[in-house]
Ligand binder design. Structure first.
Ligand SMILES: C[S@@+](CC[C@H](N)C(=O)[O-])C[C@H]1O[C@@H](n2cnc3c(N)ncnc32)[C@H](O)[C@@H]1O
Length: 353
């Protein structure tokens, strides 16, 4: 513990925080006010009003729609497969107390402890809320480790959080320069840079199509495959140079698609989702509800197919017939919600899983 009454000169000289130079876009480390929302509530309000997400936070999407389908009740067991900033979890926690319990999973070892600390500070002790650094593909093991046979309600809000996208050091950002990493868990697997350096052109072309429906896959793949690109800016520039005749908007869209394809591959996102969909019925109690938010067609197709197959097999008593979308108000207030699609299912009361 530090002693604030000491007169000794500190061992390390005081360093001024970086100041915002007044130019757009601001660098992540300059957004110090947004990252201390308790102290700078007015700044955070302004950022939110402009349709942006305050640095170091994440705005939960389709909260009311999700609560309606999950219908959390006091005393129930809930699982948030993708804890993130804990926005959905917080709303579920409020509704399952007293007597309820929520397990929050996330593969990200950097953000998970911060979210756990925030929820603890809000008064949710370990008897109500536990955080698990785990891929959701390992959900059965997490439930067994917690002494639970299944959950009454479950949520998966797929993809990456705003904290991950907005921090250039994580390498997800198409806008700010940083190491070409893209791992949700940087302690595991290979970075996007390592993947790109090793991959063959044919495999990259296929990946760009299956992971991001990229119409420029056959042009880009031979140019990018095997390249030793170290940063996100180097990759974005390589894509720009490869498509000299495309309009700027089209190039920007292509950059986003290539980043998405690489991110999905680096984190093996489709395999994890397929595993989750396979084990879901065994992880839900009879009558249990699950909601899944997806952000691109590759994810939505998988969820739709799995729910339809479960419905036909009698595992699910009811599934969403239509896909849910964020309201126009939500899309305006939080443009990052725009691609979201919500599907849900309810396990049959008597279904054999
Ligand atoms: C869109 S964010 C979730 C945001 C959260 N619902 C909230 O309200 O803050 C997705 C989160 O899921 C995590 N994630 C993605 N794939 C995962 C997986 N296979 N297993 C566990 N966590 C995963 C990411 O690290 C990220 O924190």
């Amino acid at each position: 513990m530090s002693d604030s009454t000491s007169n000794e000169t500190p061992a390390t000289p005081h360093r001024r925080r970086p100041r915002y130079a007044g130019k757009h876009p601001r660098r992540f480390e300059e957004k110090y006010k947004e990252r201390d929302p308790a102290k700078y509530a007015d700044t955070v309000e302004k950022v939110l009003a402009s349709g942006k997400t305050p640095a170091g936070t994440h705005r939960p999407i389709m909260v009311m729609e999700i609560l309606e389908v999950l219908a959390p009740q006091p005393g129930e067991v809930a699982v948030d497969c993708t804890l993130g900033y804990g926005g959905h979890t917080l709303e579920i926690l409020k509704r399952i107390i007293p007597g309820g319990r929520l397990l929050g999973l996330d593969t990200d070892p950097i953000e998970l402890p911060k979210t756990e600390a925030r929820l603890r500070a809000l008064g949710f002790g370990p008897e109500v809320f536990t955080a698990h650094r785990s891929n959701f593909a390992g959900l059965p093991q997490v439930l067994a480790g917690a002494g639970l046979e299944g959950a009454d309600l479950m949520l998966a809000d797929l993809g990456v959080s705003s904290m991950q996208i907005d921090d250039p050091l994580r390498g997800f950002s198409t806008k700010a320069d940083g190491p070409l990493d893209m791992r949700m868990n940087p302690q595991r697997g290979q970075s996007a840079a390592a993947l790109l350096a090793k991959i063959q052109a044919a495999a990259l072309a296929e990946m760009l199509v299956t992971h991001a429906d990229d119409p420029n896959a056959s042009t880009l793949a031979p140019i990018l495959a095997g390249r030793k690109l170290r940063t996100t800016a180097e990759l974005a520039n390589a894509i720009r140079s490869a498509l000299p005749r495309l309009m700027k908007d089209e190039v920007d869209l292509t950059i986003r698609r290539v980043f998405q394809a690489l991110r999905i591959a680096v984190n093996d996102e489709f395999s994890a989702l397929d595993s989750l969909l396979r084990v879901l019925p065994t992880c839900l109690r009879p009558g249990g509800r699950v909601a899944i938010l997806t952000f691109h067609s590759g994810e939505d197709r998988r969820v739709k197919k799995a729910f339809e197959a479960g419905s036909q097999a009698g595992v699910y008593a009811e599934i969403s017939r239509e896909v849910g979308r964020p309201s126009p108000e939500e899309r305006r207030a939080n443009p990052r919600s725009s691609p979201a699609k919500l599907r849900w299912a309810r396990k049959a009361d008597t279904a054999a899983s």
